[in-house]
Design a protein around this ligand. Structure first.
Ligand code: EPU
Length: 335
């Protein structure tokens, strides 16, 4: 396929900074623009472009979600429920809430991407996930063009997972979401070691939501590459969950292997540790590589093609499988 690249490059619409072309780019500012698109089901919808790896030119109409708006749905003395348009930037929304004194999402500061993409993969960081505060998702059915409401339960949230990655995949355009936050008596969560350390170093004994956000921003800036400087999509793989017996066997051979408890039968193993242990951390392969401070993040050193990053991810998966018999699952959507 040969597509003229002028003005159709998707480079600035994906945080990996991969330069592929679209057949057509549509900027969606109002939801009712969707009514005019005839083959909605065949379009590629991009929010913040922070969880995709584009491996080829996109011979489709690409919709860039620019819808904006935050409004109050419900409010009492203790809580506020906000409706947020899917095209809003997630981190800007977090900053807006902190400035207003609304608590519940401060641990998810600085996660790149749009509000609409957040429930798709149940974004999470430092002990909080969006499922903890989300009340509903309003989504346009791409077949009927009608809005359907998914309650929190109907979203079937799991670790980096939701119905929008399973049975509803490719069938909906997320229009807006409801988020319920605290106005006072915030449930501050500082249980994550890195946050505790930062607060200790900064001599903060009773942290506010602003302090937690500052801690998370500092930790993320220190560990994770800024997509504006070095193309990436955050964690490329999920942290794998394996059986307790598999883990026990691995411990005999690799006594330093790390884990987090899941339930009586399963444990979660940090993929970053597995990848680092095999020598990939900081290793550069052509235009791509695993980041030198967080091996779970694959980066674009400049002109990487999507397939190069995909090949690196396959090589990493293979080496993790051969040594640990653990299957790494990709978190990023490969298109
Ligand atoms: N580790 C290493 N080497 C590395 C990276 C990590 O050994 O290169 C080990 C460390 O021992 C550390 C453990 O892995 O104790 C966990 O590392 P970290 O705290 O950096 O978190 P993670 O499990 O690698 C997950 C999320 C991140 C989220 C952080 C903090 C996934 C796939 N990733 O990473 O989310 O910010 O926890 O909560 O669950 C994302 O999804 O894009 C993302 C960045």
């Amino acid at each position: 396929m040969s597509i003229p690249k002028e003005n159709l490059s998707l480079k600035k619409f994906n945080t990996f900074g991969i330069d592929v072309a679209a057949r057509e780019i549509i900027y969606l500012r109002e939801l009712n623009q969707l009514d005019k698109i005839s083959n909605l089901k065949d379009c590629l919808i991009i929010g913040g472009g922070s969880n995709i790896l584009l491996t080829k030119d996109i011979d489709k109409q690409v919709i860039i979600n620019k819808t904006k708006g935050i409004c109050t749905v419900n409010e009492d003395e203790f809580h506020i429920e906000l409706a947020v348009a899917s095209g809003e930037d997630w981190h800007k929304f977090v900053m807006y809430c902190i400035q207003k004194g609304y608590g519940g999402i401060e641990n998810m500061s600085l996660i790149p991407g749009s509000v609409g993409a957040a429930p798709m993969q149940n974004i999470g960081a430092y002990g909080r996930e969006i499922k903890d505060v989300l009340t509903y998702v309003n989504a346009v059915n791409l077949n009927t063009k009608k809005i359907e409401r998914f309650t929190n339960k109907a979203c079937e949230f799991g670790y980096r997972d939701s119905i929008f990655k399973k049975s509803a995949k490719g069938k909906y355009f997320i229009a807006d979401i409801g988020i319920r936050l605290t106005k006072k008596d915030h449930q501050i969560n500082t249980s994550y070691g890195d946050i505790e350390n930062w607060l200790y170093l900064n001599q903060i004994k009773t942290p506010t939501i602003q302090d937690v956000s500052n801690a998370v921003i500092a930790i993320r800036k220190n560990k994770l590459p800024n997509p504006a400087e070095l193309g990436n999509s955050g964690s490329f793989f999920k942290n794998p969950v394996i059986s307790a017996s598999h883990y026990k066997n691995l411990l005999l051979k690799f006594p330093e292997i790390k884990s987090y408890p899941v339930n009586d039968e399963e444990v979660k193993v940090p993929a970053g540790w597995l990848i680092e242990s095999l020598g990939w951390k900081g290793k550069r392969v052509g235009n791509t590589g695993a980041h030198n401070k967080q091996a779970l993040v694959l980066v674009n050193y400049g002109n990487a093609m999507g397939y190069e990053v995909q090949q690196l991810s396959e090589d990493i998966k293979k080496s993790v499988w051969e040594t640990y018999q653990i299957k790494l699952e990709t978190e990023v959507n490969i298109i």
